[in-house]
Design a protein around this ligand. Structure first.
Ligand SMILES: C[S@@+](CC[C@H](N)C(=O)[O-])C[C@H]1O[C@@H](n2cnc3c(N)ncnc32)[C@H](O)[C@@H]1O
Length: 376
């Protein structure tokens, strides 16, 4: 018989190893090694596993604990552990054998503070590089509809709203690029598989709205610090977050506190009628329950207008048993294989017509931090 504590430890361990493998598989750039090592330590070091196992399962224990560690390290830059973590513009500090002992010593010494940070916060990671996955799907959708119709963009689970500004970033897909060459944020994923589509011109966003159960105000320094702590400790991600936060603060966009499922109809009702309604969901649906996901799909049919839903979410359930696309789409064997090897974004598109007819497909896979995009 296994005790509940042993079960939580096993779950945290499995999730942490899945995250390490997803963020930093063998072919990942070396700058992802620290992220993988941090999650492997959470999976295997008893001090860390104990803290992780005390966090309720629905609060994403390995991720929340990683953010608490980073948050505290940032406040204590004189600690030996701090030198391993990148700061904006620092480049990736070298990783060496001293990291694990420094991490476990830090965790032992600050266990109570780490537990308090985990109790106070939710894990809310905003990765602006996921906008490249979304823009690729927009390229696919707009190309298929053969339209340059402006978009009414609803970013579900928007966090701090970085995904709301996808038209303000530049995307480089190999030889192709779209967006302002002087944009503060450039996203250039490594392309795998077939060439991912890119719109010939940046879509016009006529209306935009961010929705989150806990929207985050980037003008609040404490909020900014916590969000920065939720970013994986990879130099590119750290720099992108700093630049994208500045963009979002310069261009305040409408954000609402609300539930992506419960409030969907009311939220969409206010969006420009003449624009193409596009719902974006990156790493949100994967955290919903089965009934919530089913309710969301029902509500799409109740909207009474055509809607395009773009999702970049791991398969459910999170982890090696994953088998279902959050959009209820057939999952190609390649996506299943990749998801078993580590937590990976599955890129999908579902179109729901005002007559209730649906069509869509899983289109590709994406690194959770935007390092690569594989198009099927
Ligand atoms: C992992 S973060 C992803 C944030 C952002 N979409 C991205 O990819 O960078 C998940 C976000 O979804 C929000 N969230 C979770 N459940 C939600 C719900 N039912 N309705 C709206 N937002 C939700 C969380 O508060 C959090 O900000």
């Amino acid at each position: 018989m296994t005790s509940p504590e042993a079960e939580s430890r096993a779950r945290v361990r499995e999730q942490a190893l899945g995250i390490a493998a997803g963020w930093s598989p063998a072919d990942a750039p070396p700058s992802w090694a620290l992220t993988a090592e941090l999650f492997r330590a959470i999976a295997t070091e008893p001090e860390l596993l104990t803290l992780g196992a005390r966090i309720p399962a629905d609060r994403l224990p390995p991720l929340l604990l990683s953010a608490a560690i980073r948050c505290l390290v940032t406040r204590r830059r004189s600690e030996p552990l701090a030198r391993y973590f990148p700061t904006p513009g620092s480049g990736q500090p070298p990783l060496d054998r001293g990291f694990r002992p420094a991490l476990t010593a830090f965790t032992r010494e600050h266990a109570d503070e780490l537990a308090a940070l985990c109790a106070e916060h939710r894990y809310q990671m905003n990765e602006v590089a996921r906008s490249a996955d979304v823009v690729a799907v927009l390229g696919h959708v707009l190309g298929r509809l053969d339209t340059e119709r402006p978009i009414a963009l609803v970013d579900l689970g928007t966090g701090a709203g970085l995904g709301l500004h996808l038209d303000r970033y530049r995307y480089v897909f190999g030889e192709r690029a779209v967006g302002d060459p002087d944009a503060a944020v450039t996203v250039a994923p490594e392309l795998r598989g077939r060439p991912a589509p890119l719109p010939s011109r940046m879509p016009v966003i006529a209306d935009r709205l961010g929705v989150d159960v806990e929207p985050l105000d980037l003008d609040d320094e404490r909020v900014r610090d916590w969000l920065a702590a939720c970013i994986p400790p990879e130099t590119g991600a750290v720099d992108r977050f700093a630049a994208a936060s500045a963009v979002a603060r310069t261009h305040p966009a409408p954000m609402r506190r609300g539930d992506a499922v419960e409030d969907l109809l009311e939220l969409c009702r206010g969006m420009a009628e003449d624009a193409l309604l596009v719902l974006v969901d990156t790493y949100v649906h994967v955290f919903l329950t089965d009934p919530q996901r089913a309710a969301f799909r029902r509500r799409l049919r109740e909207l009474g207008r055509d809607v395009e839903w773009i999702s970049v979410d791991p398969l459910t359930p999170l982890g090696p048993d994953a088998c279902d696309s959050v959009q209820g789409l057939p999952v190609p064997p390649r996506a299943l294989q990749a998801s078993r090897a580590g937590v990976t974004g599955v890129v999908g598109h579902l179109s729901v017509g005002r007559d209730g007819r649906t069509s869509g497909e899983v289109l590709g896979l994406a690194h959770p931090g935007g390092a690569w995009l594989e198009w099927f």
